[in-house]
Design a protein. Structure first.
Length: 117
């Protein structure tokens, strides 16, 4: 199993980024997928999740209306579109195989997002 995140970087407040997580080694379409983030000195928190069937989504209150999770099963990829970024969105962003993930799920290596002027 491999999860590879990309798309992170430095962006000004109010800007946008789209993160991608390319999956391989398992049947992607059978798995819920999630994005988590971890800011310096803080624990890992759920950002958004999407189910494998209906594509039902769930978001942290702090990102509702600004972030959108989506998936392309044909490409085995899950995305996180992030708009209206704020400095408090600065973190390492991880994708994982689950609707709620813990150490028992598969995780990617993470991609850094820095929101700063």
């Amino acid at each position: 199993v491999q999860l590879v995140e990309s798309g992170g970087g430095l962006v000004q407040p109010g800007g946008s980024l789209r993160l991608s997580c390319a999956a391989s080694g398992f049947t992607f379409s059978n798995y819920h997928m999630s994005w988590y983030r971890q800011a310096p000195g803080k624990g890992r928190e759920l950002v958004a999740a999407i189910t494998h069937g209906s594509g039902r989504t769930n978001y942290a209150d702090s990102v509702k209306g600004r972030f959108t999770i989506s998936r392309d099963n044909a490409k085995s990829t899950v995305y996180l579109q992030m708009n209206s970024l704020k400095p408090e969105d600065t973190a390492v962003y991880y994708c994982c195989t689950g609707y709620v993930c813990d150490d028992g799920n598969y995780w990617g290596q993470g991609t850094q997002v820095t929101v700063s002027s």
